[in-house]
Design a protein around this ligand. Sequence first.
Ligand SMILES: [Zn+2]
Length: 228
Amino acid sequence: MIRWIRKALMMVVLLFCASCGTKVAYEHDYQYRVTKEVPRNVVKAMPHVMLDAGHGGFDLGAKCQSCEEKDLCLQTTLMVRDELRRMGYRVSLTRNSDQFIPLKQRAAIANESKCQLFVSIHYNSAKNVRAEGIEIYYYPEKYKPWRKDKSKNVSQLVLKHLIEATSAKSRGVKEGNFCVIRETNMPSILIECGFITHNAERNRIQNHEYMQTLSNSIALGIDNYFNH
Ligand SMILES: [Zn+2]
């Protein structure tokens, strides 16, 4: 008998909601959620991306001949910023000039901004002058598997775009324990865009068009991540 009364009450609720133009989504018996229809013309807010140009100020990063990593990181980061903004993304930077910012502060800037993705941009160096290629790191977060999975996913997509566009050697997507990708709360990656200790690769990197290709590929990989 009680069951019938409950069913009758539910029918009244359903009819009422239908007449109001709202949608009823059931979870299970006797519990329901009324969600208002989202108007079709509502524009979804574009994601917020934090770009982090590696090193800066007295921290030169890698150095080879006249080539300083901190400058290359900043130039690339500014190019990626412009490309992402052109695509409509909201973009913030941990630095936009030649200044030193401690690693933990970079992570804190990202965490406070509530951005959806953190991308740190670096160039590589090695004692072995034949070492070359591009690699991307993500942090294997134990307690937030969703962050690990998303970080790995964006790493793979960005690397795919970078290798397709540049034909550089792929050194793969790797797990890394770097402060900026470890201390951030959102999906985070660190890109090593190439070796400045490899003669041919350094010459390519110092070419404006090549750096633009690198930057566009990073932006395309990020866009691919948010839209697939
Ligand atoms: Zn670096």
